[in-house]
Write a protein that binds this ligand. Structure first.
Ligand SMILES: Cc1cc2nc3c(=O)[nH]c(=O)nc-3n(C[C@H](O)[C@H](O)[C@H](O)COP(=O)(O)OP(=O)(O)OC[C@H]3O[C@@H](n4cnc5c(N)ncnc54)[C@H](O)[C@@H]3O)c2cc1C
Length: 445
């Protein structure tokens, strides 16, 4: 029986699923196979992990989490999920710089696809990778580290360069975060104060359906208390700019929504909210400005609940930050076609990074995300028009979500794509790690 992804819209193919318990066993399986893909926690929405060959899950591989406080790093098995890693780090007084909206995803799967959270000064999750241990097509093991010639190609590798068995990540001292949610941000405020709004907290998310007369929700995630200044963007003085009086960013955040004023015309919510309208906030991490550990606030959703809607599809496009307002206008103009298929959209910011195939490679970026209703044919019919609207802005589709962009359209978006193809040809000359998705998007037939 074919394995399926988290949302159930992708069958991985009639492949044999292997779940090795030891590194030796894993190396033997890879060395023997002619076609292999690794599987993370299956949260991608397209066929990026699918294969008719051998599918490998690392969920049974013993993978201790080893913190090295002298070098401020942690070594983890590739299949570890951020939720478990975060709890362990927090217990020992450490943190990662940022997280995605959900803690359910594996470290290797998330970094391989350039998964990101939000924050003007925060790179995507792959930017915390210091080194990778990789099983190559012949079953041999290599270590690739920051500073090595091909490191920037390996980190966002889309599973095309081998099976990652372990990663070393940067860590920092633990910190607290307070989340405040505001409702009904006028579009004119976003137009006039975009930079102030996205820099008003360590991590900022805007939720919209493109047709309402305001941005429905603004989530401000502030670093607070001890170590708050470390790595924070505009953290400490958030909310004071542009006449906004929100004090959610101050070190004593947590006074609660009563003490919080408007934010560029948006009103503080006095109750916890789910990003999706009419969905109870039980699955969401705590809001109302109550500080808590980074692992319990940076993701929108709790590990022990279904994140987002559950029965859904997702697409997302990253554009250079300077085109944000024009791209938002283009999407609002398409709003009447987007909204009927949409649960919610999210706008986030991501700092540039050097990784060859990262969606934020070389550009400070704004991510335009769509949580779609599970109507795949209708969504797929809309995507070419949506992508045409975003094409003038150099929109790069998220590697793990639904998109229509083909290899010809992707090539000009990534300067280092030829280097990546050369690297893949060198380390995997027989194409062991290629699948139809990678051929359609990167390698050609
Ligand atoms: C509810 C929900 C919310 C989401 N929120 C966000 C978000 O906030 N930000 C964002 O950017 N994305 C988000 N995503 C997308 C998600 O983060 C990515 O699809 C990510 O790749 C999922 O990681 P995974 O472990 O499930 O990987 P999988 O989907 O299992 O695999 C993804 C890719 O990684 C490769 N891979 C996995 N493990 C290995 C390994 N050991 N070695 C080599 N290659 C490997 C696979 O072969 C495949 O190519 C969300 C998805 C869902 C379902």
């Amino acid at each position: 029986m074919s394995e399926k992804n988290w949302s159930g819209n992708v069958a991985y193919g009639e492949s044999s699923l292997q779940r090795p318990r030891t590194l030796d066993e894993l190396q033997e399986v890879v060395g023997r196979a002619t076609s292999v893909r690794a599987l993370g926690s299956r949260h991608s929405f397209n066929t990026i992990a699918a294969t008719s060959g051998t599918l490998i899950s690392l969920d049974r591989l013993d993978s201790p989490i080893e913190i090295d406080s002298a070098s401020m790093s942690v070594r983890v098995g590739a299949g570890v999920r951020y939720g478990e890693l975060g709890a362990h780090l927090q217990q020992h007084g450490f943190a990662l710089a940022n997280l995605a909206s959900l803690p359910h995803i594996s470290v290797a799967g998330a970094t391989a696809t350039a998964t990101h959270g939000s924050g003007d000064r925060n790179g995507n999750l792959a930017t915390s990778v210091r080194s990778l241990t990789v099983v190559q097509a012949d079953g041999s093991l290599i270590e690739v580290s920051r500073g090595d010639a091909d490191f920037d190609g390996y980190v966002v590798g889309l599973g095309a360069l081998g099976i990652i068995t372990a990663l070393t990540l940067d860590i920092e001292p633990t910190f607290d975060v307070a989340v405040s949610v505001f409702e009904h941000l006028p579009w004119s405020a976003l137009d006039d104060h975009f930079d102030e709004i996205t820099s008003a907290a360590y991590s900022v998310s805007l939720f919209t359906n493109w047709v309402n007369d305001a941005v429905d929700q603004v989530w401000l995630k502030q670093r607070v208390g001890r170590h708050a200044a470390l790595g924070a963007g505009a953290g400490a003085d958030a909310g004071s700019a542009g006449g906004a009086s929100a004090d959610a960013g101050s070190a004593d955040a947590g006074a609660g929504a009563d003490a919080v004023g408007d934010f560029f015309g948006a009103r503080p919510s006095s109750v916890p909210l789910h990003p999706l309208p009419d969905v109870a906030a039980d699955a969401c991490t705590d809001q109302l400005g109550v500080p808590g550990a980074w692992i319990d606030r940076l993701p929108h959703f709790r590990l022990d609940f279904t994140p987002s809607k559950g029965d859904e599809l997702q697409s997302e496009y990253l554009i250079p930050r300077e085109h944000a307002l024009a791209a938002i206008d283009a999407l609002r103009a398409l709003g009447h076609r987007i909204a009927p298929l949409l649960f919610v959209s999210e706008i986030r910011t991501i700092a540039a990074d050097p990784f060859w195939l990262s969606t934020a490679s070389g550009r400070d970026s704004v991510a335009l995300h769509f949580t779609w209703k599970p109507q795949q044919p209708d969504v797929e019919a809309l995507l070419p028009d949506l992508e045409r609207a975003l094409a003038p802005f150099g929109a790069r589709p998220h590697w793990g979500k639904v998109f229509a962009t083909d290899a010809a359209a992707l090539a000009p978006l990534y300067d280092r794509l030829p280097d990546f193809v050369r690297l893949a040809d060198r380390v995997d000359p027989t194409g062991t790690f290629r699948n139809p998705f990678l051929r359609a998007t990167l390698f050609g037939a």
